[in-house]
Every structure is written in C-alpha cells, then in structure tokens.
Unconditional design. Structure first.
Length: 395
C-alpha cells in the first residue's frame, strides 16, 4: 500500500479511528474539514480547509491531494459529497442516487415502501398547514422527525395534536430543507444491523441491541453485541436488511441499519450507507467478531481485497456517560475505570468548561466506556461498573 493516498471527509472525533487506522496501514492521509482546530488534523499528513458538505471544495481537495480513495465514518450528509467526488474522479464509492436515498429520509422510506421493505406508515410534511392532515392519517402516538438530520436531532414522540404543534418548530428547525416526517410509532426491541455489501451481496456482520432514553427523544445510551434476540428473529432481521440495501441501491460498501422488532416482525426505521457511529463499528464489531470494519472500509475505498470473515466469538458493549445540567468543572477517575476487567476504551466528547444538560440528541452525551467480555451480560456490567467510577463534577 506504499504511496496510496486516502482522503477522509471530516476530522472530528468520529473520524479519528479511520485516520489512525489508515496511518497504521501505511497510507498517506489527508482530511477535509471546515474547522482548522478539528481534533483529527493532528493525526493526518495533510489538511484541507473546506466543509464536508462542500462538494466542489472537497473535489478540488481530492484532486490536489491526488487521492486514491475517499471515505468518512459515521456521518450521513458527507456521503453526498463523497458520492459526487467518486463520480467525478472514478473512485470507489456509492452512487449519487444511493447517497440521496440514504440521506433524505423521505426518499428513503419511499424506496422502502416501493420495494416492499417493512417500514412504518408515514406522511411528508412541508409546513404547519400539512401537519394536521398528516397526524390525522397516521394517528397517535406518532414520531415527528426532520427529513435530513441524524443523531436523534429533532426527533420527538407526539402523544396528541398539542404535542405536534408545540414541537413542530423543534423538529423542523433540525431539518436542512424544512421538511419533516410524521411516522407511525413502533414498539418493540430496537436493533442496529452492521452490513458490508459486496457486489450486491449484503454481508451481515453483526446485530446490535440498543438502549435508548425512550420517549420523547430516543437518544441512544448504550449498545451491546451480539443481540440476545432469538435465531428466528435474527433471520428475519437479516432478510429485511438485505432487502433494504437493495431498495436504496447499495451495491458495495458499509451500511448501518436501524430497526424496531414489532409484534408483526422487524421494520426499518432508517439506514445510512456508511459505518455506524456510537463506537458500534469502530469498537464493538471488531471486539465481538474480529472483523475490523474500519480497515475493510478503507480497503474498499482503495480497491483492495476485503476480509469479512469472523475471527472471534466474543461479546462487547458501550455505555454512554451523562451528567446533570450545569457547567462541567472536572472529569476524574478514568484511571480507576480502566481498572475494571474487560474495559477496553474510555473517551470523552465534553471537557471541563463545557455545558451538560438534558439529553435531546447524541451530542448531549459526555463520553463513553467500551468493554469486551465472554458474555453480553458481563460486557454490559463491566461498562456500568466503570461508568460509576468516573466522576463528572458539575457546577
């Protein structure tokens, strides 16, 4: 891989695992980000100052860098930029149509419906005048969410018409195009499915159980692998995942799908044509299966052979840290948390001086603890024990 160049779109903490992995692989790494202080820049060989959503800017960066491949981790909207660059430089990546299908939730759920992929009833809303009609068709309770955002931003459960009208500005404000979706509220265990497509074949690498805050915002607070659902339910989940990938036109590359296992079977919530965030694909998949999904994504971008065979049969979990509302004055005892058997990594999204508060989206969490054990129960327990040792002082 000598002299191969990889451009990573974004240089935030989400991209650091990819930057570090690419450097371990002996690649020359460039990063593109609007923030000249982004944490990942220090680990890269070259920095390009442009927004991850600036298609022409990133294309120019890729040409200047003479990139042999381009990728990102765990972020949705930059996938449109990557698809554009791939189309203009003949690099490996998803098509622009697939990128749109996987970043516009209205387009996505339409594709699911058209291709008979199980999904909730839905209505598109472009303004408050549409809202009353939409909720009348869907009924209560219902989910209101922006058409083009991620990380639970703008997602809210509405139990009645009053909720819908009072929360409309919150949800629409998180939408870049101003459109929102009203969806049937589905109940049941929530899972994510980590997929790597190869020549139209969706390899299911792992199924992840989720813990969320529940209503009204459903922010994820923890994950564990492998799922504790039955083999029969897992088979249904895998079948839905394969159909969903075909519906959006994903032929090659990683994907992260989210489902609710309802009493009538698994139904799609949404998906991204990229690796999952929340430490799922960067930490949990390699710890539970031995498949380094980050490395495989890099190899795919560079046109190198893939290795998607499991090498481990372990359990892994992540627990996210939260704190009461206020200004964080100190975070301490991470060293004690590392002493818990099974703990593999601890990280923080916030630091002293930052504000903590109500958990309305993924960006409101303080940090995380990751563990690997022989059983899911032990991995979850290790995370929780470690999290209890970490003290987040708030003024």
């Amino acid at each position: 891989m000598a002299n191969k160049k990889l451009l990573i779109v974004g240089a935030s903490i989400l991209q650091v695992p990819a930057i570090r992995k690419a450097k371990e692989m002996g690649l020359t790494v460039g990063v593109a980000d609007y923030d000249p202080h982004a944490v990942g820049i220090q680990f890269a060989d070259r920095y390009f100052n442009c927004s991850t959503l600036d298609k022409e800017g990133v294309l120019q960066a890729a040409r200047t860098f003479r990139a042999d491949g381009i990728m990102t981790m765990a972020t949705d909207m930059p996938m449109r930029t990557i698809a554009y660059v791939c189309a203009n430089m003949d690099l490996r990546g998803i098509s622009e149509e697939c990128a749109l299908n996987c970043t516009d939730k209205i387009q996505m759920i339409r594709r699911f419906r058209q291709n008979c992929v199980p999904c909730p009833k839905f209505e598109e809303v472009s303004g408050q005048t549409d809202l009353e009609v939409a909720v009348g068709l869907i009924g209560f309770p219902c989910i209101m969410k922006p058409a083009d955002n991620s990380g639970s931003r703008g997602v809210v459960l509405c139990r009645g018409q009053e909720d819908c009208f009072s929360e409309y500005e919150y949800s629409a404000g998180a939408s870049r195009n101003g459109k929102i979706l009203i969806e049937e509220y589905m109940t049941g265990p929530e899972v994510s499915v980590e997929v790597f497509a190869e020549n139209g074949n969706a390899h299911i690498l792992q199924i992840t159980d989720k813990i969320t805050t529940g209503a009204p915002h459903f922010v994820e607070l923890g994950h564990s692998q492998p799922t504790r659902l039955t083999d029969d339910v897992c088979a249904q989940i895998k079948a839905v995942a394969g159909c969903a990938c075909k519906a959006v036109g994903l032929e090659n590359g990683p994907a992260h799908l989210e489902m609710i296992v309802t009493e009538t079977g698994p139904k799609m919530v949404e998906m991204g044509a990229r690796m999952g965030g929340d430490c799922i694909t960067s930490h949990l998949v390699p710890l539970s299966t031995g498949i380094d999904m980050t490395e495989q994504t890099i190899r795919y971008a560079l046109g190198l052979p893939l290795d998607l065979e499991p090498k481990l049969k372990k359990a892994s979990a992540v627990n996210f840290l939260t704190a009461r509302t206020g200004i964080i004055s100190e975070i301490k005892n991470a060293d004690l948390a590392y002493g818990i058997e099974g703990v593999k990594d601890i990280g923080f999204f916030k630091q002293a001086g930052d504000r903590s508060g109500e958990i309305k989206s993924s960006s409101d969490r303080i940090g995380f603890v990751v563990a690997q054990c022989d059983t899911v129960e032990s991995a979850i327990a290790a995370c929780r024990t470690a999290a209890e040792k970490i003290k987040i002082e708030v003024d």
